[in-house]
Design a protein around this ligand. Structure first.
Ligand code: NAD
Length: 467
């Protein structure tokens, strides 16, 4: 038996005990986990700087997301684990009906690299709250963070309840071959399909947190300066390695020229205010590795070769894994950048004339994780919200819907994901919503009515149900 299998079986052995643990015990574990995270914050800051050239405030903001979710869950856990009485119906008259959120068993969390600490800890808050044992597989692309995450878990939680499995694809695949009860996955579509297939082998339920090309709509009524400032931030943050980052902008043709000037200015204003150059800014992070650097610069080169105009940016330094915040326009659908998620600091801008065109442009790609609308026209906002689909949407801002409010469950739709993270919805995803009916023994005669041979009264009752 491999080491991974042995550790998995230790997690399995803890499931019944964990299912019977009290809300208080679960909350205490979450609080211990947070104490462990905070104790290692300086190390996590350093890891973020090494891996992605992040400013420590950005890593702190990632940790604050975990704290927000953890506080919310700790506050509500006692009420969530209580049996939830539900209303009766004609058919369950006289019976007591309830739902109990029970643990699923052992949950596997496979994480991506772009917010490695939040992606390892945020989903397991709901999993622990629901009474599950948890296996965490951090991304091998963020190894310094992964090591600290493993140490935090080791020092703050029992190993047979939460265990960290470091490693690459082989480790992930061995884990996926095991009969987990729920798999939570954050990453790209290609691996998402592998996860889904592996889950099918064991009928494991899944939450898939993937990405895609999140569009931005800027109509003729938008406050452009406001939009450009927010979009410059949304696209350059974490060097564009954000699942909900605005990938491409569809702007009304009457505002395109003005928007292109403004977005270029705002990138400079936010990230080059001291005039030392974007490449020297402490706020412009780096791409995670050489492979992704090459992929993103390749997307820029391909777009330009196929007719895109470089509005700003375009420079890169492979040795430093730096890509200058870049804006392109004159896009067409042959360009690879219009087909695949950039996950880098590159924004594509295209014009539209009629609002129906916007729907056509968006429909050319799978359902995105996020959609952003910049407009001051209430009817237009409703039109775009009603006629599109995405995991989440924001009006007159971007990237403020994730990790900011546990009452706003987070997730995708179709190719951008399924299931929900955070708050009660996240807790439910990690639970078996078990329906329970209690039949009072003194109502036995009520039950007999439905048994054969059918009485005229029963027949007429059932037939009435068809009306
Ligand atoms: P990825 O799919 O390459 O890797 C994610 C995880 O899968 C890693 O832990 C990796 O070890 C594992 N993995 C890789 N290949 C595997 C294989 N063949 N079999 C089994 N496991 C395998 O994703 P990434 O490049 O690390 O992350 C970027 C993607 O994640 C983007 O598409 C982004 O939009 C998405 N993302 C989504 C969210 C969200 O919450 N929706 C958040 C962050 C990132």
């Amino acid at each position: 038996m491999s080491d991974i299998q042995k550790r998995f079986e230790a997690l399995q052995a803890a499931t019944l005990r964990l299912r019977n643990s009290s809300a208080e015990e679960r909350a205490d574990k979450l609080k211990a986990m947070w104490t462990g995270i905070v104790a290692r914050k300086e190390d996590l800051f350093k890891a973020g700087a090494i891996e992605r050239g992040c400013h420590e405030v950005d890593i702190a903001a990632e940790l604050v997301m975990i704290k927000g979710e953890l506080d919310h869950v700790v506050k509500h856990i006692a009420s969530w684990v209580k049996p939830q009485k539900v209303k009766g119906s004609l058919s369950t008259m006289g019976k007591k009906c309830e739902i109990r959120y029970q643990s699923k068993g052992v949950v596997l969390n496979i994480a991506a690299y772009n917010a490695p600490t939040a992606e390892c800890f945020n989903p397991i808050i709901g999993a622990i709250a629901a009474g599950n044992a948890v296996a965490i597989k951090p991304s091998e692309y963020a190894p310094a963070s992964a090591q600290i995450i493993e140490e935090i878990v080791r020092d703050s939680l029992p190993k047979d309840e939460v265990d960290v499995f470091q490693g690459g694809v082989e480790v992930s695949q061995e884990l996926l071959s095991l009969p987990f009860n729920h798999i939570y996955y954050t990453g790209g579509n290609a691996v998402g399909k592998i996860v889904m297939k592996a889950a099918a082998e064991n009928f494991a339920s899944i939450t898939l947190e993937m990405g895609g090309k999140s569009p931005v709509i800027i109509d003729e009524t938008a406050q452009l300066e406001n939009a450009a400032t927010k979009l410059a931030w949304g696209r350059v943050m974490n060097a564009g390695q954000v699942c909900i980052a605005p990938e491409y902008v569809i702007v009304h043709e009457s505002r395109k020229k003005e928007f292109l000037e403004l977005i270029s200015d705002k990138i400079q204003a936010l990230y080059n205010s001291d005039g030392k150059g974007l490449e020297n800014s402490e706020y412009v992070p780096r791409i995670i590795n050489d492979r992704h650097h090459k992929r993103i610069t390749g997307l820029i080169a391909d777009a330009i070769k196929k007719g895109a105009t470089l509005v700003t940016g375009g420079n890169a330094d492979a040795a430093d894994r730096y890509i200058e915040p870049t804006v392109l326009t004159d896009m067409n659908e042959d360009m690879d950048i219009m087909k695949e998620e950039v996950f880098g600091p590159v924004m594509a801008v295209m014009p539209y004339t009629n609002r129906e065109d916007v729907l056509d442009i968006i429909a050319k790609r799978p359902n995105p994780l996020a959609l952003y609308i910049y407009s001051t026209d209430k009817d237009a906002i409703e039109y775009f919200l009603t006629n599109t689909s995405s995991g989440s949407a924001v009006v007159n801002n971007n990237c403020v819907q994730a990790g900011t409010n546990s009452n706003l469950a987070f997730g995708g739709v179709g190719a951008s994901g399924m299931g929900r993270c955070c708050g009660f919805e996240g807790f439910k995803d990690m639970s078996n919503a078990r329906s329970i009916v209690h039949q009072p023994l003194d109502r036995f005669r009520d039950f007999l009515i439905m048994l054969p041979p059918y009485s005229d009264r029963y027949k007429s009752l059932i037939m009435k149900g068809l009306k």
